[in-house]
Design a protein around this ligand. Structure first.
Ligand code: SAM
Length: 351
């Protein structure tokens, strides 16, 4: 009896199972991480091609099945089954990852693999078709989203093959696709948190202009001001504070950022991702930062500091990058990198 809450859809087509393993181009020396081995359809095929398989399985019954399947064979010693949730498991070294992924963990698994160091040589992963398409979507594509930009920042992603529902037992609700994820080497030298923080703002509504996403949204401007104050405090830069002058006080165009509602409404298809891109590099500094923030920012709403930040943001968008009128759904990686760099030069940060 399968537990579909755990995404248990066993691959019953041996041809597809073999194709997935073949696509990994395994070497005899490889250590392979398999996520969710289930009854072991992929596992036994990987064991034929690789030195060792580390299989992480959360369901004890399945862990027992796959263990039993290789018992008494020469492959037995080359299979390590780790019982647990792969997201919470500290992974040992591996060269390649192969997974018929339980769909509930598609996003956290992808980013866990992208954050793994040293980076795996390649990952061959089966996902829901739509998740797969979002992973490799390009600017202007319907499914282009924060997930696309984020994943493609750290890896080259290709579509390998479509797999229809009836190859599984029981058949899932939706079609599937196999993708190959090859992490970039060397790893791009930017902060994951900053990059993701910037993308979160740009993709709240991917059809807004960047100007509107930033200066048209007071909550975003407040956050950037807080981050800027923190950055100044950390770098011993004095902040000119106090209330804004009467003439040059700040007016937000639109607190809720709804000014483009009409134009937007026709394009409601895919917007912000559900809960993509978890922060894997987070939290150690959080407490320290909170303290600094308290200390360095007795905030006066919409004061001089807010003005300064607004000016900086407009300078970045209008002059430095000339991206103020562009919409996130059409921006490519180069655009977002330019933005991040220009903001950072101005002392504006996103984590
Ligand atoms: N690999 C097998 C196959 O292709 O036939 C089974 C794939 S099935 C789609 C997903 C497997 O992942 C199930 O065996 C399920 O118990 C396991 N699983 C679900 N959530 C998991 C998690 N968080 N960590 C590890 N394994 C998980």
């Amino acid at each position: 009896k399968m537990n579909t809450e755990l995404g248990q859809h066993i691959l019953k087509n041996p041809g597809v199972a073999q194709a997935i393993v073949d696509k990994a181009d395994l070497k005899q020396s490889d250590v392979v991480l398999e996520v969710g081995p289930g009854t072991g359809n992929l596992t036994v095929r990987i064991l034929e091609k690789a030195k060792k398989v580390i299989a992480v399985e959360t369901d004890p019954r399945m862990a027992a099945e796959v263990t039993k399947r290789v018992q008494g064979t020469p492959a037995q010693k080359r299979l390590d089954v780790l019982l647990g949730d792969v997201i919470k498991t500290e992974l040992p070294y591996f060269d390649v990852c192969i997974s018929n992924t339980p769909y509930q963990i598609s996003s956290p698994l992808t980013f866990k693999l992208l954050a793994t160091s040293p980076a795996p040589r390649t990952c061959i992963l089966m996902f829901q078709r739509e998740f797969a398409m979002r992973l490799f979507a390009k600017p202007g594509d319907k499914l282009y989203s924060r997930l696309s930009v984020n994943a493609q920042m750290w890896a080259k992603i290709d579509h390998i093959m479509k797999v229809s529902r009836n190859n599984f037992n029981p058949p899932p609700q939706v079609e599937s696709s196999v993708v190959r994820i090859v992490p970039k080497k060397p790893r791009p030298q930017i902060s994951y948190e900053e990059w993701d923080g910037l993308l979160r703002i740009c993709f709240v509504r991917k059809n807004r202009t960047l100007r509107s996403a930033f200066v048209g949204t007071s909550s975003i401007m407040d956050m950037l001001e807080a981050n800027w104050r923190l950055w100044c405090a950390q770098n011993d830069i004095p902040i000119e504070d106090g209330p804004a002058g009467e003439d040059d006080g700040i007016e937000m165009e639109d607190v809720n950022g709804n000014e483009e509602e009409e134009e937007w409404s026709g394009i409601m298809d895919v917007d912000e991702d559900e809960d993509d891109t978890p922060a894997f590099f987070k939290e150690e500094e959080a407490e320290k930062r909170a303290q600094l923030l308290k200390k360095g920012s007795k905030r006066k709403k919409k004061g001089k500091a807010a003005e300064t930040v607004r000016r900086k943001v407009l300078k970045v968008l209008e002059q430095d990058t000339e991206l103020a009128e562009k919409r996130a759904r059409l921006c490519d990686e180069g655009d977002f990198l330019k933005l991040l760099y220009a903001f950072n030069v101005e002392g504006i940060h996103f984590n």
